[in-house]
Design a protein around this ligand. Sequence first.
Ligand code: SF4
Length: 499
Amino acid sequence: ADDVALDPWGSSSVSDYRKLFEEFGIEEFDEVLEHVPNPHYLMRRGVIFGHRDYRPVAEALQNDEPAAVLSGFMPTGDPHIGHKLVFDEIIWHQQQGADAYALIADLEANSARGMSWEEIDEHARDYLLSLLALGFDPEEGTLYRQSENRELQDLAFELGAEANFSELQAIYGFDGETDVSHMQSVVTQMADILYPQLEEPKPTVIPVGPDQDPHVRLARDLAERMRFFKVSEAYASFELEPDERDLVADFYERLEPAEFDDDTLRCVHVAEAVEETPLSDLEADADTLSSVLTKLNEAGMEPIRPRTRFSDRRATDEAFDALIDAIDGEKRVYENHVDVFDLDLAEAEELARQIEVDTGGYGFQPPSSIYHRFMTGLTGGKMSSSIPASHISLLDDPEDGYNKVKAATTGGRETAEEQREKGGKADECPVYELYAYLLSGDDDEFAKRVYDECVGGERLCGDCKEQAAQLMREFLEEHQEKRAEVEELLEDVDIELES
Ligand code: SF4
């Protein structure tokens, strides 16, 4: 199978998703996979296909350092097997040691979807029960609903001061008719995304479908604005000489249009650009600024996006070590343009000390994200909550689940004969997806066997669906038993649910 839409074992660089990589800068998950400790099967099988800046999270998990995972659920209907992907992602991160957050986006459901509070309560309960039944540990993790979280609301208010209408208009297509609550639900969502970092900045991942990427991008921008604004206040005392200022400004302007006026901040951005750019990646003869920038861009770096919190002494030291190396190192590729960094050690240390000053502001790290594929509907097309036959609800009667799988479309051929000859099209088969995304669980061998037997013509759709349908029935039976068992846990969860 060359032209695969779903290649469970190999690369996740798939044609359908290529646009996301090219146009929006979502990176291929494969590239970070080797840094992920005990990767989840959804990662191994390329169901999680893309990410934005996931590496800091993977590294934190690897090194037992603080990290967080957060995702929200808009309780507009029953949780279904598509939502299970996100539940699994949250739970897996929790099991790897991340602080896990799951929230009920009730304000969004009310303002953006017009759901009544009663409906929201009922569905919220179902989402939470399934999340707990699948293994979320409520003692270690945090569950909340937007409308009840006071700190969240305060943070949303502050973030709202950093965003304006034109921006929301550009991102979400809001217009003069958009109601204010809807806009408020957007800043609330931004606050959700940054909420795990309220106490302490840490790498945080938001597992979502690719359609949610605009939220992630806006949250990343806002995180930076909050940080720069606060940090800049701490730098006022570090002055640059006029020609130093010109040089930095010149360098910085070419990196990115200047958004921040503080010269020292520009200096820091450049310093961090240096930190993130291994000098070995730059050719020694690339001694003009434009070629340096070309290399930075080719490397996919975002030179003004620092990854470290300014008040983190160690990170700051590393940044300045790198800076000093850049100045003194044999490859003086920057020398024409960053003479300004000819700080002596004492000056560099002084700057580092000032950077270390706790600014008292938010030191948000730009949040990371991972993206999973959407499941194909059982009837073909998109899986949709509003078309019952297209999805399997986690609340479906197990017998209904069995029947829906039996009635699903497949990637099978016209006749059994043709199928034996040419093999089935597992890559286009919603039933195969069920095996890969859910029914095989952690058993890669099993999923691979189904795939190989299908494309090799040994597997015929009738038996294949029968097997999948039985597995689905078992899964639903088991899941629903667990839901009943965790009812008690839900009692202890500090969330107000009318029921
Ligand atoms: Fe899909 Fe199974 Fe048929 Fe292959 S044999 S096309 S996996 S239903």
